[in-house]
Design a protein around this ligand. Structure first.
Ligand SMILES: [Zn+2]
Length: 130
């Protein structure tokens, strides 16, 4: 369940998209206008880190490859790591709570049901709407 930042070429708005699965990452849809012309933004934190640290993080196979979507604990590990890479400041308290709940064995679906604000910045036609 990765989170990516995009800029939409159709409505020119920035979108934080919280993907439900890794399979969906290759086909993002703008949560604002439904457009498909999304350009991935480099994370703000990535520019703060040194190039070396960034490359190291990107080359770490455990960052993406080892995540088992069906294992909440595995997803929690990944999200905690991703949160650290993003500086932890953009994700809000819900993110931490969700990771804790994943680690305690709750399924992402259950957590999403009880945490409607999960998608991040509130906007018309939020990313959770699809
Ligand atoms: Zn758009």
């Amino acid at each position: 369940m990765p989170i990516y930042e995009y800029r939409c070429a159709d409505c020119k708005r920035r979108a934080s998209i919280f993907f439900r699965s890794f399979a969906a990452v290759s086909d993002p849809t703008c949560p604002n206008c439904g457009g498909k012309n999304l350009a991935r933004l480099v994370s703000r934190v990535a520019t703060v880190k040194s190039e070396e640290a960034r490359l190291e993080a990107m080359s770490d196979p455990s960052a993406f490859g080892d995540v088992d979507e069906n294992d909440p604990k595995s997803v929690a590990r990944f999200m905690r790591k991703m949160g650290n890479q993003m500086g932890g400041e953009d994700l809000g308290p819900e993110f931490g709570e969700m990771v804790d709940r994943l680690e305690s064995g709750e399924s992402p679906e259950e957590i999403e049901k009880t945490m409607p604000g999960l998608a991040g910045e509130p906007s018309p036609g939020s990313a959770m709407g699809f």
